[in-house]
Design a protein around this ligand. Structure first.
Ligand code: NAP
Length: 310
């Protein structure tokens, strides 16, 4: 039986990837830091089809054990803010590179690396720079790897809409950095479907930029959300200059005091928001997979129904 090993399979996107792969009848090995918190994944497959293994992508010496015998390895691991134990560079570059290197050495035939739209070694955002360097490091070790770059992903468990919906239930205003920045929100299960199709067809060496059919500005996304939950809130534009100072202060206190200080706004986030997050012209897209991406307006009511005022 073919084995596909997924790192980050308990995450927001990872769980949909595992479910799609399970529906193909594949045997899936999921490497998670805390298997007890990932037990829910088991119901996506038949008895014994989904194996949970406790492990950390940073454990260089154990990666070989985790990927041994796999025909495909999928890397969905990432962090959106740095912690003392997980820097962007360690997780997105060194760990990703080691995983790709070991996978190649172990004779894995397919490697799928999840990156993000806007990833570039030239980016001013440290997050996007590390994602760009991660792509390059993966391709250096596994030249035929698939690099998947989604725009903002939405779905029941997403952070974006859930976070702003929660905020709107306690605050009379919604602070927005970069209200005119454009996104092409993409449904989580559509991204997972593309990844499972890559596995099914064994396609290699592809850059895929995945965005939905519709482009929205940040402000439009918040307006849509507020209309959906029937709450009137002031959308407060935070100029980039002020946001940078706020984020640098937040980063500073996290550096000094550690992870007890929540990452409410980071410099990496602010700098990511300075550029539009839309699909470019030169890469493969949804249409190449004959998938019509699900529209945000169809899924949003389910995502935020518990915040609906009426
Ligand atoms: N969400 C979006 O809107 C979005 C947009 C564009 C691109 N992406 C990309 O899509 C991918 C998945 O993102 P996501 O939204 O699903 O993120 P997520 O929900 O935060 O999931 C990240 C996963 O990585 C795991 N992980 C973190 N550190 C680990 C480590 N040291 N060893 C092993 N596993 C570790 C987490 O498991 P634990 O439970 O152990 O923490 C979790 O399963 C990422 O590459 C991200 O950059 C996401």
């Amino acid at each position: 039986m073919e084995v596909v090993t997924v790192f980050g399979g308990s995450g927001f996107l990872g769980r949909y990837v595992v479910r799609q792969l399970a529906s193909q009848g594949l045997f899936i090995r999921v490497i998670v830091r805390n298997p007890n918190e990932a037990l829910f994944l088991r119901v996506y497959g038949k008895v014994g089809q989904i194996q949970l293994i406790g492990g950390d992508i940073k454990e260089e010496l154990k990666i070989q054990e985790y990927v041994k015998g796999s025909s495909c390895v999928i890397n969905c691991v990432a962090t959106f803010f740095e912690t003392r134990s997980q820097s962007f560079n360690v997780l997105h570059v060194s760990a990703a590179k080691n995983l790709a290197k070991v996978a190649k050495k172990e004779g894995v035939s397919q490697f799928i690396h999840i990156s993000s739209l806007g990833a570039s070694t030239e980016s001013t955002s440290q997050l996007q720079r590390s994602k760009g360097a991660g792509e390059e490091a993966v391709l250096e070790c596994f030249p035929n790897a698939n690099i998947v770059r989604p725009s903002l992903i939405f779905g029941i468990e997403d952070t974006f809409f859930n976070r702003f919906a929660k905020l709107s239930s306690i605050s009379p205003f919604i602070p927005v950095v970069g209200p005119e920045t454009k996104f092409q929100p993409v449904y989580v299960d559509d991204v997972a479907k593309v990844i499972s199709m890559l596995v099914e067809t064994g396609q290699k060496k592809k850059y895929l930029e995945l965005g939905g059919d519709e482009t929205y500005t940040f402000r439009e996304l918040i307006k849509l959300l507020l209309a959906e939950i029937k709450r009137k809130r002031l959308i407060l534009k935070i100029p980039f200059s002020i946001a940078r100072v706020m984020a640098a202060t937040n980063d500073f206190f996290r550096l000094i005091l550690g992870d007890v200080v929540p990452a409410f706004l980071t410099l990496a986030q602010v700098k990511s928001l300075e550029k539009d997050n839309v699909v470019g012209r030169d890469s493969d897209k949804f249409s190449d997979f004959k998938i019509a991406p699900k529209k945000l307006k169809i899924v949003l009511p389910t995502i935020v129904s518990r915040f609906n005022k009426s």
